[in-house]
Design a binder for this molecule. Structure first.
Ligand SMILES: [Zn+2]
Ligand SMILES: [Zn+2]
Length: 457
């Protein structure tokens, strides 16, 4: 089995090895290497992206899903824009012609409603009318008016400014922009920091598209999804071209939106409970009083600092100092930095959201609680710095997520055994033991143990 590798050409010397091409691949252009074992040596042949993208045979001959193919084969592909470009080109060249990408249902309705208006409208421009029997709202029609006349690239700019996925045909892109214009831009996935997007097959669903994981050194697939109306991590839609610095902040805010479950809201709540008016970190005396106050505010905000007050104060003081060196002295900004670093305890409602996401993404919804166990373990091990274990549990979560049967006691006896008909790839004996324990007691001792170790209980 060959392996594939995509990178920007380091020199301009290599020529494309594809039949009939032979063009030099300019420095900085993408090139794809196909590596095969020959005798005992690895042989890599480079092709220019244009020649590679019709896809290797293994991809074209299978019904393989391009997203999965890329995740499995182009494991070093970390830049989202390139991933999107490669995916799009690969999808376009699938051996079996794909049905023309369909317009989202919502867009068809909006278009129909807009057309009905145009026919009616022969006088001076009137406010758009909405047929009360249609599910299209006046706000949606207004947003359609703003964006529908623009070129696709201009609409994509809005998505780019807001750190959103660009993929799709014009209607799919319009649909994303209209949704974000009205409801707010999409923050990133709380579990993997990947970009989320309206699903191309079901425009009532928002799905995570996975992300590059620095520690694991590969792209990880993710299976989080939400009903569009309930997606909780929205931020204001950026409508004016931002500077590079601002774009960086937008990306950070999008990541934080998922990770912290709305820190800004918590900071607002804290303001009513802890008086921070006289806190000043710019003087030595001010600093002394500031740290205990900041800790008090963090406790109110349910920031997951160590339970021990002394350890928590040390942690707060470190962030205060590092922020101060960067010239940040505003208390809310410091609170936000602490909350972003340590995370904020989820409210009961957010816990329920996590659980329902686990269930709704499962092939068998009832297996959701098991997925939840392994996602939790994966997070805890990640926090603890054990990335290998974290990845193992992520794989276990994925295995259960895709499991096609409702897991019962009989399955639990056999699902870790190699070659058994119930065997799930990615699930070891230890993992199955946790599931048995959970089934019996409703708890997993290891989770409690880890949380205690991390000072979270
Ligand atoms: Zn070529
Ligand atoms: Zn994700």
């Amino acid at each position: 089995m060959p392996t594939y590798h995509i990178e920007k050409s380091k020199s301009g010397r290599a020529a494309c090895k594809a039949k009939g091409c032979g063009e030099k691949i300019a420095k900085g252009e993408y090139r794809v290497g196909t590596t095969n074992m020959k005798d005992d040596h690895e042989m890599t042949a480079w092709k220019c992206l244009k020649c590679f993208l019709p896809g290797p045979k293994s991809f074209k001959q299978s019904d393989s899903d391009p997203v999965k193919w890329c995740a499995d084969n182009l494991t070093d592909l970390r830049d989202d824009a390139t991933v999107e470009m490669v995916l799009e080109a690969m999808e376009a060249t699938l051996a079996k012609p794909k049905p023309a990408p369909k317009s989202p249902e919502k867009m068809l309705k909006i278009r129909a409603a807009a057309e009905a208006n145009i026919i009616d409208d022969d006088g001076p421009k009137k406010k758009l009318k909405v047929d009360p029997s249609s599910s299209v709202s006046a706000t949606e029609l207004d947003a359609f008016e703003i964006y529908s006349g623009m070129k696709t690239d201009a609409i994509k700019d809005y998505l780019r400014w807001n750190d959103m996925m660009l993929k799709g045909n014009k209607d799919q892109i319009l649909n994303k922009v209209i949704d974000a214009h009205i409801r707010g831009r999409l923050g990133r996935c709380p579990d993997c920091e990947g970009k989320v997007s309206i699903d191309e097959d079901d425009d009532e669903v928002i799905k995570c598209k996975g992300s590059w994981n620095e520690e694991a050194g590969c792209r990880v697939t993710c299976f989080n999804q939400w009903p569009k109306e309930k997606y909780p991590y929205r931020l204001p839609f950026v409508k004016v071209s931002p500077s590079d610095d601002e774009i960086e902040k937008i990306v950070e805010a999008n990541k934080a939106a998922g990770k912290t479950g709305g820190i800004d809201g918590k900071i607002a709540v804290k303001a009513e409970l802890v008086d921070m008016d006289d806190v000043n970190i710019t003087t030595p005396d001010g600093l002394k009083v500031a740290v205990p106050k900041i800790l008090q505010a963090c406790r109110v905000m349910n920031v997951e600092l160590p339970a021990d007050d002394h350890a928590a104060k040390v942690a707060c003081a470190q962030i205060v100092m590092s922020q101060k060196t960067e010239g940040v002295t505003a208390i809310d900004a410091i609170l936000k930095a602490i909350a972003t670093k340590f995370g904020v305890k989820k409210t009961a409602e957010q816990e329920a959201d996590v659980a329902s996401r686990a269930a709704s993404s499962c092939t068998i919804a009832e297996n959701g609680p098991f997925v939840q166990i392994f996602k939790t373990l994966s997070e805890l091990y990640m926090k603890d710095g054990n990335f290998q274990a974290s990845n193992t549990y992520k794989k276990a979560a994925k295995a259960i997520n895709e499991c096609s049967y409702l897991i019962d006691d009989e399955h639990l006896k056999h699902m870790h055994k190699p070659k058994h008909e119930y065997k799930l790839e990615g699930l070891g004996k230890a993992a199955v033991d946790y599931m048995k324990e959970f089934k019996k007691t409703g708890e997993v001792g290891k989770i409690k143990e880890k949380k205690e170790k991390l000072g979270m209980l």
